[in-house]
Write a protein that binds this ligand. Structure first.
Ligand code: CA
Length: 246
């Protein structure tokens, strides 16, 4: 599918006449920071400590879910019943401990180049994440100087319902006083893609992990890129198509 076809399909599906791009909404884990290998490993380890089986690859498919939901799904599958609140708390604490043992994740390869291109286009950059790490803003400022503003961010503290619910993306639009046809989403996980599409936003999936790209298309991605460097390389061509759509 060409960029033009993807844009036309999106516009028709949502009943818009054109994209009037003003902002790009970025997911964080797996898009800005290469944190997913650590999350997957930490989930695998913590589950194993409690006799539960969650492969590293499956952990990627649960990306974006709350910890409680992920634990509930795996526990139910294995034991045929729901975990107690105490068990959830213990397993989640062990996951956080395991994650905390890893070094700070590095920016995703190619993301800094992409952000520069997007900034040059005069577009607002926003972060929309289910994460609630207190050190988040400091890390964003340190790793991506001049790219993100504190008041243009949606984190776990801003929403009641996380992805795949559209609330995080709808909250971002509200914060920036934008309509859905004025922003696009960049996501790496099926549930994040679902959230962007459900909010009525043109949603670009970048497959930075080990999952099958088809899962991202099935989740509702308007476009799929196989890696961040590929997306960064093609950004200008895509941006031209988006701005020439009348
Ligand atoms: Ca993600």
């Amino acid at each position: 599918m060409t960029y033009q076809e993807a844009i036309t399909r999106y516009l028709q599906r949502n009943g818009y006449t054109s994209l009037c791009l003003k902002a790009v909404l970025f997911d964080m884990d797996g898009i800005l920071f290469n944190s997913m290998p650590y999350h997957a490993e930490a989930w695998h380890t913590a589950m194993a400590q409690h006799g539960l089986h969650l492969s590293r690859e499956e952990a990627y498919l649960h990306e974006g879910r709350t910890g409680t939901d992920t634990i509930g799904i795996v526990y139910q599958r294995q034991y045929g019943k729901q975990p107690s609140p105490e068990e959830i708390k213990t397993i989640y604490a062990d996951k956080c401990t395991a994650f905390g043992n890893y070094p700070d994740p590095e920016p995703v390869n190619g993301i800094s180049e992409l952000l520069e291109e997007i900034k040059e286009c005069g577009l607002l950059r926003m972060v929309v994440t289910g994460s609630g790490q207190p050190s988040l803003i400091d890390r964003l400022t340190h790793s991506f100087p001049g790219m993100f503003q504190r008041d243009q961010m949606v984190t776990a503290f801003d929403v009641k319902q996380g992805k795949p619910n559209p609330e995080p993306y709808l909250t971002a639009l509200k914060k920036a006083h934008l309509q859905p046809d004025q922003a696009i989403v960049v996501e790496n996980a099926p549930m994040g893609v679902q959230a962007g599409a459900a909010a009525g936003l043109f949603t670009i999936a970048v497959n930075t992990g080990p999952i099958d790209g088809q899962l991202l298309i099935d989740a509702g991605a308007d476009l799929l890129f196989a890696s961040m460097p590929e997306f960064a390389k093609k950004w200008n061509a895509l941006y031209r198509e988006m701005t020439h759509q009348a």
